[in-house]
Design a protein around this ligand. Sequence first.
Ligand code: NDP
Length: 258
Amino acid sequence: MSIHYPGLRDRTVIVTGGSRGIGAAIVEQFVLGGANVAIADVDAQGEKLAERWRVEGHDVRFYRCDVSSGESIRKLMEAVEQDYASVDVLVNNAGIFPRGDLQSTDEALWDRVIGINLKGVYLMCQAVSPLMIRQEKGVIINIGSMHSAKGEDNTMAYAVSKGGLITLTRNLAHALSKHRIRVNCVHPGWVASEGEVARWESMGSDMDKMQPAIQAIPLGRMQTGTDIAHTVVFLSSDFADQITGQMLAVDGGGSIRK
Ligand code: NDP
C-alpha cells in the first residue's frame, strides 16, 4: 500500500547525512513520494546511492558537505541553488554518537560532537531559511534522540547536543512561523544503522548481546530507518500543516518504559 503525501511531489529536499543509515531511508521515502533529493554528507557512499536512484529516473544528487563547517555549507548552498530553484524541506539528520563520560569527553571530542550535532544544524538552518523565507513556505526536520531526555553517564556530549536541538527546534519554530516555515524534531529510538552497528562492534558487542535490551522495548523490536523516515515524510507533508515546534519520538514506546 502506498500513501500519497500531499505537498512533496517535485519539491526539493536536502537530507544531511543521507549517504547511509537512517538518512538513506529518509532519502528513499522522499524519492518514492516524488521529491527531488540533495544528499549532503561527508561520506562519498552517497554518490553511489544517488546514482542508483538516477538510473531509476529520480532526481537525487550528492553534494560533499561537512555540516560543522560554515564554508562547506556555503559551497553546498551555492551548488544546490544552481541545480534547483528552491529548497522546500531540510532534514538535519547528520550526526555522530561517540561514547564519553564527564572525564573522558575532552575538549576536542566535546567540540566535535557539538560542532556536528548542534552547530551543524544551526548553520544549515541559517543557510537554508532565507530560501524558504523567500517563498514564504518550508519545512525543517531535526533528528534528535531520546538520549536528550535521559540521565546517562556515557553519552555526555551527545546527549547535550541532542538536548540543544529541542531548544533550537522550539526557537526556530517560533521565529520562522510568520513565514509559514514549520520546524519539528523527530527522536529515533534505536536503529541498527551502519553507524550504530559499528559502535556496537567497537564495544565488542553484537545483535545477540543486545537481545535483552531489544526485548525491553515495549513494542518488542528495534526501529528501522524506514520507521523514522515515514514520520519525517509525514511531518514534511501538507498533512502536518498545523504541526510546528514539536518533538515526536519514534521509539516503540522506549521512552514510556518504567
Ligand atoms: P550513521 O552513522 O549510520 O549515518 C550518519 C551519516 O552522517 C553518515 O553518512 C556520516 O558520514 C554522516 N556524517 C557524519 N558527520 C557528518 C558531517 N560532519 N557532515 C555531514 N555528514 C556527516 O548514523 P544513523 O543513521 O544511526 O543516525 C542518523 C541520525 O539519527 C543521527 O543524528 C543520530 O544521532 C540519530 N539517532 C540515531 C539512532 C540510532 O539508533 N541509530 C538513535 C537516535 C538518534 P560517515 O559515514 O563518514 O560517518
